[in-house]
Design a binder for this molecule. Structure first.
Ligand SMILES: [Zn+2]
Length: 396
């Protein structure tokens, strides 16, 4: 009887169990690990092989941990089947586990690899405000999920070189006249072993610039650094991203680069080899910022999508937008070329989210998702909602 009482609780802690085998077997697919209180996370893979490996590694880690926890739970169950003394001990252990699980309601672990993007999806209740969040001392704005009035999406990013470890993420909503903490998540940034890429045959001036070029590089770096911290906090982007070019990515984001035999900065974007002149279009709504000719990037366009999110486009043969021009998804912003430090025509597509260097492919393909359902009660907190979250437009 007690065994029956305990085991369902144990299973409720891990409702969907470990799917490590599926993770390994499927290079494209979906795997999920359950967590408490209707909150669960989901990984989808749809990346080139190199990045699928990163996913698999991340998942193997999740599953190893789950298997370990399940062993503890099963050990408790076995103990209950033994003597009364062991049953009592097992009961105590199970109660400890249960208490931990209940305390963890509204909490959870959300894994993002270095250079990755995570989606937080919140389904609100009627009358709730739009959600808002905070991560790494930055606000996390939410926008309506595609074709949904009560589902919202927020994005967080992990820099390609951020130290593996954990960072807290809070998600709140205004409900019944007060701020409510819906979730306090632990974002675990997992290490990715980016391969080395040797690039030979680039002009030596772009590897060992002259003092004059170094002064130019410094000026350009300052202008670009300033860009990442400027702009509106409200997102301009919609929850529907598209590829900027009709070409396949090379999957070389994050590669440690060695130019002409000399180590340089890691590759902070995705390359799309395409014929010179191929149109490059905006992947989402944004505003063109400081387009121009840059030392390393050649002809470059930066798009500001609001809410701390930027994407940028390098080595273009032509730029077709002006500084401050607003563009919609699909608008042509330039053409593929080989300007700047490039060995052939391709689009270099980069992204920044709250300053973190992210692989923008995560915007267009399945990023890890953490879902918070309307059944989550949350905890009332003393916190003023941002003005933008006072009402959820379009919500009943
Ligand atoms: Zn590149």
């Amino acid at each position: 009887m007690i065994l029956q009482m305990i085991l369902p609780i144990t299973y409720r802690i891990y409702p969907s169990g470990c799917k490590a085998e599926q993770c390994v077997r499927r290079s494209r697919g979906v795997a999920s690990a359950g967590a408490a209180a209707g909150i669960f996370e989901e990984f989808s893979t749809g990346f080139p092989v190199e990045l699928s490996t990163a996913y698999s590694t991340a998942w193997a880690r999740v599953c190893r941990r789950e298997r370990g926890l399940r062993r503890v739970a099963l050990a408790a169950g076995a103990a209950l089947g033994g003597t009364l003394v062991i049953l009592a001990l097992g009961l105590a252990l199970s109660l400890t586990l249960t208490t931990a699980a209940l305390a963890a309601a509204g909490e959870g672990v959300f894994q993002i690899p270095q250079g990755g993007v995570g989606r937080i999806e919140v389904t609100i209740r009627p009358g709730d405000s739009a959600p808002w969040g905070s991560f790494r001392a930055h606000p996390v704005p939410f926008v309506h999920a595609e074709a949904s009035d009560n589902r919202f999406v927020g994005l967080i990013g992990a820099d390609m070189q951020s130290s593996p470890g954990t960072e807290p993420l809070e998600v709140k909503v205004r409900r019944d006249g007060q701020s409510v903490l819906l979730a306090r998540l632990t974002v675990e940034i997992t290490k990715v072993d980016f391969p080395e890429q040797r690039v030979d045959g680039v002009p030596d001036e772009t590897v060992n610039p002259s003092p004059k070029s170094l002064r130019r590089i410094k000026r350009e770096k300052a202008a670009i650094s300033h860009l990442w911290v400027s702009g509106p906090e409200a997102p301009l982007w919609r929850d529907a991203w598209r590829s900027p070019v009709g070409a396949e990515p090379s999957g070389r984001f994050g590669y440690r680069r060695v130019f002409n035999g000399e180590p340089r900065s890691p590759h902070n974007g995705e390359d799309f080899p395409a014929p010179s002149g191929t149109p490059v279009s905006a992947p989402n709504r944004g505003v063109a910022r400081i387009p121009g000719d840059y030392f390393f990037g050649g002809n470059t366009v930066f798009l500001e999508h609001g809410g701390g999110l930027f994407t940028f486009y390098m080595h273009l043969s032509a730029i077709t937008v002006k500084d401050g021009q607003q563009v919609e998804a699909g608008d042509v912003i330039g053409r593929v070329g080989a300007t700047g430090r490039a060995t052939g025509p391709h689009l270099h597509w980069g992204g920044r989210l709250d300053g973190a260097r992210i692989n923008p492919l995560w915007l267009t393909r399945d990023a890890p998702v953490y879902r918070i359902g309307p059944e989550v009660e949350g905890t009332p907190v003393e916190a003023a909602a941002p003005a933008s979250a006072s009402a959820a437009p379009g919500t009943p």
